[in-house]
Design a protein around this ligand. Sequence first.
Ligand code: MG
Length: 709
Amino acid sequence: MLLAFLFSVALRFIWVYQFHGYAPFYHNGQFMINTNDGYYWAEGARDLLRGENLNPQAENFWDRFHQANDLSPTGTAPAQLTALLAKVLPFSFETIIFYMPAFLGSLIVIPILLIGKELKNLELGFIAALIASVTWSYYNRTMAGYYDTDMLNIVLPLFLLWSIMGAVRSNRSIYLFLVAIDILIYRWWYPQSYSLEFAFFGMILLYALLFDRKNPYNYRLLTIMLLAMMNGPGVVRLALVLLLLFLYTKPRFDRYLFHFLAAALLAFLATGGLSPIWYQLENYVFRDRLKAEEEGLGLHFFTVMQTIREAGHIPFETFANRISGHTVTFVLSLFGYLYLLYRHRLMLFSLPMLGLGFLAYSGGLRFTIYAVPILAFGIAYLIVELSRLLPTRRLRLLSLLALTLLVLFPNYRHIERYKVPTVFNADEVAVLEKLGKIAKPQDYVVAWWDYGYPIRYYADVKTLVDGGKHSGAVNFSVSYILTHPQDEAARLARLEVEQTEKTFDFIQKHKEEIEDKNLTVFSTIEQMTTEHGFRNTNDFLDALKSGAIQLPKKNRDIYLYLPYRMLNIYPTVALFSNLDLMTGRQGKEPVFFTSRNFRKVGEQVLLSNNLVFDLKNLTLQIGKKTVPVRRFVITEYNKEGKLHTKVIPGKSEANFTILYLASHQTFLLVDERTFQSTYIQLGLLEKYDPKLFKPVILTPNAKVYQLRI
Ligand code: MG
């Protein structure tokens, strides 16, 4: 176990070695994390460690540790475990969150080896542990810095699988306890674990009914699982589990076997144990009916799914690579797995995990990690069985080694090449920490959702959108603010922030009513539209444009965070507000084209995609067509980071503007609408209206403005 564990951790140090000393990736003398979502858990852990009662009115104990409505996840397991580790270990907070995935993720080798032992085949377990711990997608999601729930999301169900296998094989009481504890911890760590637990439960039920109907142990196992799986506080479920385990030790309670099962089933159903399934059904089957019952404007928002690669279909090769490291390994693993199932029926209980992994083929890349350890068993079994055919012990060992290395090699190559950057660079973090000293925790920072969690972690403020709150409905206003002229943007920012806080208060006050009657809380944009007396969002937005909307009272400060890196995603940002909410029809796509590959030849600049920019006549040649340019803007930062802008006017009626961002070595071609956007005007050119905005921090990497209205 130790050997396999060290191997897994060591390979996770390749990234550390590659970027050792690279200053932009460091903060407080430690590497920063490389997954956006990690900042969510880090925010919760930070608030827990601070340990102040910031919200005495909070109903939930954990919510006292953060400001009301700032969405800090102090009640979640990852935040709590991190805070605990930071408290007891002699390392900095940054060190702990950066290395947690490498060390916790490597724990995967333990249940794999235990399962190997369960199958009385330690070589199988050892080889599978080595392979699974470093295989492509499992590595990607548990590498150093990938601070997210994934670090235990496979470890915990593998422990559960192992204890189920042990339970069914040996019928020993200890496994009843282990199964229950595994479920409790797994649910605590990852509340969505429900579906996998339920699938395991179904497998055991099926097994009991088909092959082992007369064995009381199976019903004990099912009863204890139901108690562990029902809804409600973890302590209550733990207490019930322990009580039942105690009763099981007393033979005089044996005759109540089915009473216990019935009671557990009732408790499971009564606490809404089936409601996740019911909820899914409602969503899929009754969706149309629910839609028709809702009374509202029936707005059509852009869906995030349309822009996230994870959710799309993936090619077979990617799928196979991510699960096994190579297409050939993947196919062989499948054969090995089938053979393993044939020889060791106990492994049938691993089917739910493989099934969940295979959902990735249609449901999104992130599921592939569930199949990694299961197919690692497959290929490891094949290797062990093949080497068995060899005549001498020495040859057998050699073949084990050679074949394992062969399977490991593509994964090692992947790790070596997988040089993911940290989420932010040191300069951006410096801006956010400075902002944190200026802004109060109740203030809002308006920024695209990609930056939500990191902003909240480094600056302890509130955001409108983040890595978990980014539906088309909430993204609409933020997208609108970033991609429209600054006067509209300023007004909408004030309206949206105050409306958001108002909605939080409303939900808080009417919590029970909303739950009981299953009421819909409409989007902020819909609320604003109707509250200002409109039935059409376009009329509301027209009034916003003309300044006819009365702004709410200013209750808090609002800041705009505009990082240079947003340039790469501007067209995506624009999608969310570039549509008619009443019909869902998309607006005309903005012209937005960046070129980092360019060459100056005489008076012409050759941009990528065969665009030629004529500096002398200020024209743009697109294929055979030549169009005039409205203006040519050159920006450059001096050594102190101060921006200098030069504007060369062209044809005033033309639509295109060309920008040369000299310090970033980038040409940018935009239409007039995009040029006038808040992002370009404030974020790139520092052209702000002093009546609306006050610059707070201006650096080449990111700019922060304070709203004046
Ligand atoms: Mg806070």
